[in-house]
Design a protein around this ligand. Sequence first.
Ligand code: DGL
Length: 276
Amino acid sequence: MIDNNGLPIGVFDSGVGGLTVLRALRQRLPNEHFIYLGDTARLPYGTKSGDSVLRYSIQAAEFLVNQGIKYLVIACNTASSVAVEPLRQRFAPMPVIGVIEPGSMAGCAASKSGHIAVLATEGTVRGGAYQRAITRLKPDAKASAQACSLFVALAEEGWTDGAIAEAIAHRYIDELFGNDPRIDTLLLGCTHFPVLADALRAVIGPTVTIVDSADTTARAVEAELLDRGLLRSGNPLPPILQATDSPERFARVGSRFLGESFDAGRVELVDLAPST
Ligand code: DGL
């Protein structure tokens, strides 16, 4: 029998945002080895068509699978919204997880009124995957969604609190709550948004619950690894970090998302579709 337990877990995102998911995974699963791929050359995915995002996701997943992984985590919400099922079919029996299902479960568990709002990219909102997952889990829920495109730029720029972040958050939040004042749970349906949680909290006040899918996804990965007998025992290893463009920018901006500083020398520049 082939023992897959020692193989790494592959994680991909459109860029650096998914490092928030990697951070949660490493906290929960310190003995696992991770390969993280950020497709920075084609960032953002959130404004692209579903067809393009699916094509990019297949290339990113294939690139990780070819390195030998035991489990695939789609850390990008926009990619999760179109690619989970196609990637499961393509790579079965290897498990594949996205962030939408775990995030929706956390949102439904947190909400008392059943009025749940998702903040996400334009592509994720347009595809409706969160709204479908929430109403599947909680049929009487009222799910609304708001595209917050400027949040991605704010997060990458590091302008995550203060007057500018709060003014932009106000525009998005006022529109949401104007349409549904009974919202009691805000689900952060984008990798970049956890770093804006303080600005959002300042705008929505203390009573609305903010839910982030990173930790719930990490818990779901842990449960599945346990269930399949795939947990790695052994000494912790530093993650392998790969990017399709500019290791310098990846390290500079990504350190904030990972919550620890790393330099460009740690980041391998890779090409997902090399010309032959
Ligand atoms: N990673 C994307 C997501 O979670 C946000 C950035 C992008 O648009 O590519 O939806």
